[in-house]
Design a protein around this ligand. Structure first.
Ligand SMILES: Cc1cc2nc3c(=O)[nH]c(=O)nc-3n(C[C@H](O)[C@H](O)[C@H](O)COP(=O)(O)OP(=O)(O)OC[C@H]3O[C@@H](n4cnc5c(N)ncnc54)[C@H](O)[C@@H]3O)c2cc1C
Length: 412
């Protein structure tokens, strides 16, 4: 085990020990990078080993680079590269994980001149980062996707799969478990414990977290702590006196079948906000839409809004794809977006005023696709005090106190 230097004080510890609260994809990825790339001792406190309510187990698991901010584009680009080689990166002995990544692209549709202008502006930004998208007018859309009704459309933006970019979807639960398994193989200790508090030492700029306390009464000493508790990150950080604007917002997903073969179709984002994508099997699809009405915190996950499908999604589906006029809903589920109400972007970095407390949360529905690059960066920050590969400082938590939002327009 190498000696480690904490990023903020310059003190030497042998060996450094990091406690992570939350063992979803963010916690597991950060743990793996800390242990594997930096030789750090890591304990992950995960209160539910079944992950029944974890977002990482209830996601739609799609990945795109069609974002409106450079940092989100770069995060998903680097994470895509990782997911493409996940079977070698996270192999444990002969066990090479498979996440079934496919890359048919996202198809963003605009139905106004203003909407087309937004797609064009984002196309220019994405091109700066070698993200390849094709802008398609209604004629080109109809040629490329004969099943699509182009009524009212002004433009479409289709993500293309190239060496430097690609959009599609994968098995997010498998990705999370692959990180967890590889982390354990690298010496990370996962414990089924609920973190309820922290022991703090020092004052002013020297204040530090020295222990994580669990509901069971167990105490976990640490040199640094990471709060990666997804939609519950605000509650976990509250005992530290830190207020994070992260809320558990229910999002419903519906699976349906229709007698049409669109297995090569992209993930389509309709101007109405409705989205759908095909599954691997012929005639099987997933879809969703923004919630109706009051988007209250922590709505029960067992109460899927079936009226959303009947009143909003199905009409939009049938209008955009005439073959969806006849379909059958086969299942549905709900999970929580870990919504950052401040600016709908991830919060990554140190939690002031603590010298050794960090977070990775608030990804507002795009965390699975960013986890590899976030885990890599956060591990670098904790161990060296700086980002070495990709600068994640645009996502720093301090932007809230500074009143400087980093707005992402493309939140689905
Ligand atoms: C319906 C839906 C669709 C989505 N679609 C996409 C998509 O297409 N693409 C994409 O990239 N992302 C998508 N997301 C978002 C993505 O799933 C999340 O951003 C990501 O999974 C967040 O991972 P996480 O590890 O931060 O949170 P989680 O997976 O929720 O993990 C947090 C963990 O912390 C644990 N925890 C909480 N409190 C404590 C405590 N006190 N002590 C110990 N453990 C605790 C929880 O049990 C949980 O396991 C979607 C989410 C939903 C719900």
């Amino acid at each position: 085990m190498r000696s480690q230097q904490t990023g903020d004080t310059g003190e030497w510890h042998r060996p450094m020990h990091v406690a992570i609260v939350g063992g979803g994809v963010m916690g597991a990825a950060t743990a793996w990078f800390l242990a594997r790339a930096h030789g750090v001792r890591v304990t992950v406190l995960e209160r539910d080993a079944s992950y029944a309510r974890a977002s990482s187990a209830l996601s739609a698991c799609a990945i795109r680079q069609q974002f409106s901010t450079a940092i989100n584009i770069r995060l998903s680009q680097d994470s895509l590269a990782f997911y493409r080689r996940i079977s070698t990166e996270l192999a444990v002995g002969d066990d090479a994980p498979s996440i079934g990544l496919v890359e048919p692209g996202y198809l963003y549709l605009a139905a106004s001149d203003a909407g087309a202008q937004v797609l064009r502006a984002q196309h220019a930004l994405q091109a700066e980062y070698a993200v390849h998208t094709a802008l398609l007018d209604p004629t080109a859309l109809a040629q490329r996707f004969p099943w699509l009704s182009t009524d009212g459309l002004t433009l479409g933006s289709l993500g293309l799969s190239t060496a430097t970019s690609g959009e599609g979807w994968f098995d997010g639960y498998a990705a999370m478990q692959a990180f967890r398994r590889a982390a354990v193989a690298s010496g990370v200790h996962f414990v089924e414990e609920e973190a309820t508090g922290f022991t703090v030492d020092g004052q002013g700029s020297a204040v530090r977290v020295t222990e994580v306390t669990a509901r069971s009464g167990r105490v976990f000493p640490c040199d640094a702590v990471v709060i990666a508790a997804g939609a519950w990150s605000a509650a976990v950080s509250a005992p530290l006196g830190v207020t994070l604007p992260v809320h558990a917002r229910k999002r419903d997903v519906f699976a349906f079948e229709a007698d049409v073969d669109l297995r090569d179709a992209p993930l389509l984002i309709d101007p109405s906000g409705m989205w759908f994508r095909p599954e691997l099997q012929r005639g099987q699809f997933l879809c969703g839409a923004p919630p109706r009405g009051d988007d209250a915190d922590e709505m029960p996950l067992d109460q899927v809004d079936h009226g959303l499908f009947d009143d909003v999604i199905w009409p939009a589906l049938a209008a955009r794809v005439p073959a969806f006029d006849r379909l059958k809903v086969t299942s549905s589920w709900a999970g929580y977006y870990e919504m950052n109400d401040f600016d709908h972007n991830g919060l990554v970095g140190r939690l002031a005023p603590y010298g050794n407390a960090y977070t990775a949360c608030g990804f507002s529905g795009h965390g699975l696709q960013q986890a590899p690059a976030v885990g890599r960066g956060l591990a670098e920050l904790i161990v060296t005090g700086q980002y070495l590969t990709l600068d994640l400082s645009p996502l720093r938590v301090d932007r809230i106190a500074e009143g400087r939002p980093l707005r992402e327009q493309n939140v689905i």
